[in-house]
Design a protein around this ligand. Structure first.
Ligand code: ITT
Length: 216
């Protein structure tokens, strides 16, 4: 099986992608397995730019097809913030307890109908030797909870309440988050692209194997 690099430094994302990509036809490898250190800075303003940069950096460093995601929480009452800066909200070293306290404090007076938010995820797929990147994205809408609840997942999951489930994202078992989440949905869109890439590689290998007189 050809190898696919998962270019993330976030252990929460990593374990989700390992489940979400199971059976995709690629042998999924991590930066740690390759002893690779990828830059942690995200110079872009948008998820698309950052996902692209991460995937291209990974493909260059590993010479493998590389998948990266840029994602974040957008809160309507905070004009879409923290958005693409979610991982650095209140500083890269701030704890999630501090971040929850700030968000819940700012929103303390807001009733449920003014607490809408969404998680967004943009996934980029890059091939070594090419600057072209394939992008897929999706989102999930929910409400900012009145208090953090749940131990599953990572990041902002404890304050993201899903009205249809009557639970926060952090209260869902992982198999449910995989179906419902922005990352789960965006990965469902990537899977056919990964199949396409496999098919293209096999065709190229086939053509290369044939004698020149039969190729074409
Ligand atoms: P990599 O760039 O190494 O992948 P990162 O955590 O810096 O890791 P992002 O820049 O994409 O990645 O930041 C995404 C942030 O958005 C993440 O750190 C969380 O704070 C938040 N986030 C994204 N998806 C989430 C999810 O499924 N559940 C909770 N929080 C999430």
């Amino acid at each position: 099986m050809p190898r696919l690099l998962l270019a993330t430094n976030n252990p929460g994302k990593l374990s989700e992608f390992e489940r979400l990509l199971a059976g995709c036809g690629w042998d999924v490898v991590t930066t740690a397995q390759l002893n690779l250190t990828l830059p942690d800075d995200e110079p872009g303003e948008t998820y698309e730019e950052n996902a692209k940069i991460k995937a291209l950096n990974g493909a260059r460093a590993s010479s493998l097809v590389t998948l990266a995601d840029d994602s974040g929480l957008e809160i309507d009452a905070m004009d879409g913030g923290p958005g693409a800066r979610s991982a650095r909200f209140l500083g890269a070293d701030a704890s999630y307890e501090e971040r929850f306290a700030r968000i819940l404090g700012e929103m303390a007076e807001l009733p449920s109908e003014k607490r809408w938010a969404r998680f967004r995820c943009v996934i980029a797929l890059a091939e070594p030797g090419s600057e072209e990147v394939r992008l897929c994205e999706d989102e999930v809408r929910g409400l900012i909870a009145f208090e953090p609840r749940g131990e599953q997942g990572f990041g902002y999951d404890p304050i993201f309440y899903l009205p249809e489930q009557a639970r926060t994202m952090a209260e869902l078992p992982s198999y449910m988050k995989d179906v419902i989440s922005h990352r789960g949905r965006a990965t469902a869109r990537v899977r056919p692209l990964l199949k396409e890439l496999l098919y293209e590689r096999e065709r190229r290998a086939d053509t290369a194997d044939r004698p020149a007189s039969q190729a074409g």
